[in-house]
Design a protein around this ligand. Structure first.
Ligand code: CMC
Length: 429
């Protein structure tokens, strides 16, 4: 056996979706450089590329958008009801993970546990789940956020829905989501989101769409390898993404910038990082040992959004922090550069999203990549469909004889009844 905690040097599959050269800072989806896709494509078109391997024709893209948008217009009443049962002040990712897992109950016909392992051998069934998840997710996310603020989702009249969700408009995916939330307007009172904001969020989703075997995509493949249904697998992947070392970093960066507050406090913060008392969130990457090309894109997008809303003062803290870190030997010698999460939070904040919604936006983009990996695993070579089952090196006691309870002495772990309830529950009681 090889011993490789964190899979630092272990390839567990072959893939034709995303190429990263971490030393050179190169990222390509299906061979296309991320910079070209960001400037010339849309999230919907890129999602098609990830899922099907080629850029679509005009007719294909229109058909794809129509299938996705169909699921955007409404969220199943069961999911709406479920969201109402979750505390209004819960972290948004808690609600999202629960809702995604609950979607499994709405699709028994696509559940291998009920229909057998062959259910996903039908391309029609696989596509149907992909359209459902891609389309429902923004509406689910909007419900989560509106539940937080105690508002209900606006009911748009059918004519404006069909104009808006015109399959010939790939950015309608983002526009509709912003419209549901009443966000993205350049000025209060305007009817819909500003096209610059729509484009900005669309580019950000595209930049997040896939990143080969990151923690959450690896989790998605891991879960899929057991034969579980796609909704449960995606809920599990969302759980992995929630962590502050992964997609949760986008929220953690903003909290860090707010905590630093002013440029004068940067040196003291960096000293704490070097003393390992704090972490410079939004910096460092397992694969990139160079500038994350997505961070370049997101920084550009941030300045475009600032043209609409004015610059957030924290951008000065962020740029000064980047400059200071990149001229400090601690970060230089470890090849630590800004990653995609370093600037994205400033864009989300400018648009008006609350901090704990930031990882939901990461999830919205990554959904396309997860589904591409799901499809790739399901239709891929048989030898790669092994259930993921790593091995361990056992370091526990050797065989020993069972001791009756009266013969055990008092060296065991003392029970502490007051600790049996989680601290949050105790606080709420
Ligand atoms: N701040 C301070 N030191 C760092 C940081 C950081 N952000 N990242 C890495 N290091 C140090 C680390 O302490 C270690 O130092 P030493 O050699 O003295 O022990 C060295 O750099 C190597 O780091 P590592 O933790 O072994 O690297 P890793 O590949 O295991 O971890 C990482 C990668 C992304 C988890 C880590 O860089 C990190 O925690 N970054 C901050 C969280 C973050 O921004 N995450 C988003 C990642 S990009 C978006 C996504 O895909 O999720």
């Amino acid at each position: 056996m090889s011993y490789d905690p964190g899979y630092m040097n272990t390839a567990v599959c072959t893939s034709r979706i995303t190429f990263i050269d971490g030393e050179k800072g190169i990222l390509r989806y299906r061979g296309y450089p991320i910079e070209q896709l960001a400037s010339k494509s849309s999230f919907m078109e890129t999602a098609f590329l990830l899922l099907y391997g080629e850029l679509p024709s005009e007719a294909q893209l229109k058909h794809f958008c129509a299938r996705v948008y169909h699921h955007q217009t409404a969220l199943h009443a069961d999911i709406v009801a479920l969201l109402q049962t979750i505390r209004h002040d819960a972290h948004c990712m808690t609600s999202v993970i629960s809702a995604l897992a609950a979607m499994s109950a709405l699709h028994p016909e696509a559940n291998p546990a009920l229909e057998g392992q062959a259910v996903y051998s039908s391309r029609k069934t696989r596509e149907s789940q992909m359209f459902t998840l891609l389309g429902a997710f923004p509406t689910l996310a909007a419900h989560v956020l509106l539940r937080r603020s105690g508002s209900s989702v606006p009911c748009l009249p059918a004519p404006s829905l069909s104009t808006l969700l015109d399959p010939a408009r790939p950015r309608a995916y983002v526009e509709y989501f912003l419209l549901l939330l009443g966000l993205g307007k350049a000025r209060p009172g305007e009817e819909g989101p500003d096209p610059r904001v729509v484009r900005a969020l669309d580019v950000i989703l595209l930049a997040h769409a896939d990143h080969e075997l990151n923690c959450s995509t690896a989790a998605l493949r891991h879960l899929t390898s057991s034969g579980v249904d796609v909704y449960t697998a995606v809920a599990g992947a969302t759980g992995a993404l929630y962590g502050p070392l992964h997609g949760g970093a986008t929220e953690a960066v903003l909290r860090m910038l707010q905590q630093i507050g002013t440029e004068e406090r940067i040196p003291a913060f960096l000293e704490a990082v070097k003393a390992k008392e704090a972490k410079l969130m939004g910096f460092g990457h397992r694969v990139y040992k160079n500038y994350d090309p997505r961070a370049v894109l997101v920084r550009e997008v941030a300045y475009e959004v600032f043209q609409v809303y004015g610059a957030d003062p924290l951008i000065h803290v962020a740029t000064a922090l980047e400059t200071a870190a990149r001229s400090d030997n601690y970060f230089v010698s470890r090849k630590l550069y800004p990653n995609i999460d370093f600037y994205s939070g400033l864009v989300y904040k400018a648009i008006g999203f609350p901090l704990d919604f930031f990882p939901v936006l990461f999830t919205m983009g990554r959904m396309a990549g997860w589904l591409a990996h799901w499809e790739e695993l399901l239709i891929g070579p048989e030898e790669e469909k092994k259930i993921v089952r790593p091995r361990q090196i056992y370091l526990g006691p050797a065989e020993r004889a069972f001791l009756p309870i009266e013969a055990r002495g008092h060296d065991g772990i003392a029970a502490e009844p007051e600790r049996l309830l989680p601290s949050t529950t105790r606080a709420r009681l």
